[in-house]
Each structure stands twice: as structure tokens, then as C-alpha cells.
Design a protein around this ligand. Structure first.
Ligand code: ZN
Length: 356
């Protein structure tokens, strides 16, 4: 395959993408978007390109696992992954992108989130740096979603769903059939677990880079990554807000809801366990972590929920009360995922672990 034909700028791939998702709004032509947001879209195309560059098949380095990521001209909150021949393609709905932007902007600017001097999770970011902060949070969230979609492709979910279940396009936010719920939620958990890992590694990379090569970063970004505590708070906050977008509060272990994703509380629990585990092992390996890991992590989770509820008018459900139920749900998904592994394995690809 020629590099040109399979670059994101290639008209060939733009056309393939557009045709596949035509009935869902088609490819977003950013030239039709207001001037002030065109710059932000360009920023994301750069982020997508860097992601694609890193998604290379370990066994076959000339092949990209995902060759194309783009926006879809649709105001709904959704994302989609699919295969064109052996090439992975990912679509992010314009509505998802926009909604996340509005939430982060409102959280930081209007709700004064992460900026309360009384709170243990106060980032203490000067007012003139606020815009950089909400754009950074927004980037972390979109990057997390893109990583999650990449994992769906590289871990064989999309190939398996296409070949065995006849599913051409896999949408994040959709009600599939009831008998698919357990399977899809297990795959979703797999995608979450792996993309959380990628996000944590990237955060650690940027944090270290900021300390070693401060000249590479604008002063506003340096401020956000000035301590590992701030770095961790931004990660948790941004990803928790992204979780809320596909939230499903129907927690019922016996009768799985028909939604694609595990209940919000289950995703939150998985995330916190993984993140806390990561911070603990980083501390053991000598990383300077001088904060109460459990307290800070759960405080950020609560703050993300509080602010989201405040902005969207939803009610707080107190996810921390029912941990046992959620853990039971996690165990069921985990077992099912293990049962599926052999069947999905032929469709997996090794993702070279490179961040840029
Ligand atoms: Zn997913």
C-alpha cells in the first residue's frame, strides 16, 4: 500500500469513509464550519495523524492498523469504528466533540471546577490560563475516545463482530440486541482497560517531557503539567467526563441492559482501580508522588460527576455506595471476556507501543 493512498489527506480514504457513513451524516467538511472552530478541528486532525502514525502492526511494520480517523457531520453523541478491507477507520461525531468542549469550558470557566482553594484537588491555575486548561482536558478526552476505538480494532473486536456477527459498523452509543449485551459490554471493558493504560502512559510521558524539556512547551501547558498530582487530576477528570457522555445508569446484574457500554458506575470502578494501581506502582518505582492516592483519585471522580450533573441537570446517583454490585458486574464481564478470547484472537493485531 502506498503511503499516499493511505494517508489521512488521501481523497481515496476520505471517499471510502464518506460512503460508509453517508447515511449517518457523512464526512464533516470543516470548511463549512464557523471560522473560530476551524482552528480547533485542524488541531484535532494533527492529533489524529500522530495517533495513526503510532498505530503500526508490530508483526508487519509497514501496515497501519488504523489508517483513518475523521469527524462525522452529525450532532448526536457517538463514535464509530469499522474496517475497510484490512484497514481500520474511526469516526467521531461532531456532536460528541462539541458537547465535550462545551462541558469542559463551562466546568472550568463558569463552574470554577478544579479551582477551589479549599479543595484537595485545586489545580490553582491562573485565570488567564483557563482556556489552555479546558482545551487540554478536551484533548485528553478525545484522545481517550480515539484510543478506545483503536483498541476495538487492534484487539480484534471489530474484525470479529464483522466476520462472525455480521456487524459492518460498530457504534459506541447504540442499543443492540439483548443477547449481545454481555458480549459488547465485555468488549467495551477490554477497550476501556487498554485505552486507560495508553492514556496514563501518555500523561506520564508529557509530564516527564515537560520537566526535562520545558522549552518545548508554552508556559500555560507547563503550569498544567507542573506536578504529577496536577497531571493525574487532569487525566481522571477528563476521562470521567468522557465516560458520562455514554452513560447508562441501568445497573442490573441479572438483566444486562441492552446498551453497548457497561453501566457508568462499573466503568468508573474499573478506571479508579487501574489508576490507583498505576499510581501505587509508580510510587514504588520512585516517582515523586506526595499525595494521598486514594483520596485524590476519588475526589476527582466525585468532582467530575458533580460538575457534569450541574451542567446537564442530571442527578447524582452515589456510585460509591454500591461498589459490591459493580464489582460483581466487573467479574461477570471479565469472565465472559476470557471465554471470548480464543475466538477473537485471529482478528487481533499487535499495536506497537509508541506514543508519538
Ligand atoms: Zn467502545
Amino acid at each position: 500500500m502506498s503511503a499516499n493512498k493511505y494517508s489521512m489527506d488521501s481523497e481515496y480514504l476520505q471517499d471510502v469513509f464518506n460512503k460508509k457513513i453517508e447515511s449517518h451524516g457523512g464526512r464533516l467538511d470543516i470548511r463549512n464550519e464557523p471560522n473560530e472552530v476551524q482552528l480547533l478541528y485542524s488541531k484535532f486532525y494533527d492529533l489524529f495523524k500522530s495517533r495513526i502514525a503510532s498505530v503500526v502492526d508490530k508483526d508487519n511494520p509497514s501496515q497501519h492498523i488504523v489508517s483513518y480517523i475523521d469527524f462525522i457531520d452529525n450532532r448526536k453523541l457517538n463514535a464509530v469504528a469499522f474496517l475497510h478491507k484490512n484497514t481500520g477507520m474511526i469516526g467521531i461525531y461532531k456532536g460528541l466533540h462539541k458537547k465535550l468542549f462545551e462541558i469542559f469550558k463551562s466546568a472550568i470557566q463558569e463552574k470554577n471546577s478544579l479551582n477551589n482553594s479549599e479543595s484537595p484537588i485545586n489545580l490553582d491555575i491562573p485565570k488567564e490560563y483557563q482556556k489552555t486548561l479546558y482545551i487540554t482536558l478536551w484533548e485528553i478526552a478525545i484522545d481517550f475516545i480515539v484510543n478506545h476505538e483503536i483498541i476495538h480494532i487492534s484487539n480484534g473486536h471489530i474484525g470479529w463482530l464483522k466476520n462472525i456477527k455480521g456487524l459492518e459498523l460498530y457504534f459506541e452509543n447504540k442499543v443492540y440486541s439483548k443477547d449481545m449485551a454481555l458480549t459488547l459490554q465485555s468488549l467495551e471493558m477490554d477497550a476501556d482497560l487498554n485505552s486507560i493504560g495508553k492514556s496514563i502512559k501518555k500523561a506520564e510521558f508529557i509530564y516527564n517531557d515537560c520537566q526535562k524539556h520545558p522549552e518545548k512547551f508554552p508556559k500555560q501547558v507547563r503550569e498544567i503539567y507542573s506536578s504529577f498530582k496536577k497531571t493525574a487530576i487532569c487525566q481522571i477528570f477528563a476521562i470521567f467526563i468522557a465516560f458520562h457522555i455514554f452513560e447508562d445508569f441501568t445497573v442490573n446484574v441479572k438483566n444486562f441492559s441492552m446498551r453497548t457500554h457497561p453501566p457508568l458506575q462499573v466503568r468508573q470502578l474499573i478506571f479508579l482501580k487501574l489508576f490507583i494501581g498505576y499510581l501505587k506502582s509508580a510510587k514504588e518505582e520512585g516517582m515523586n508522588i506526595d499525595f494521598d492516592i486514594f483520596n485524590i483519585t476519588t475526589e476527582v471522580a466525585k468532582e467530575a460527576q458533580r460538575v457534569y450533573d450541574l451542567i446537564t441537570g442530571k442527578g447524582f446517583l452515589g456510585w460509591d455506595i454500591h461498589k459490591k454490585i459493580y464489582q460483581n458486574h466487573v467479574d461477570i464481564l471479565d469472565k465472559h471476556l476470557n471465554d471470548l478470547r480464543d475466538e477473537i484472537k485471529p482478528y487481533t493485531k499487535n499495536w506497537r507501543d509508541k506514543l508519538y
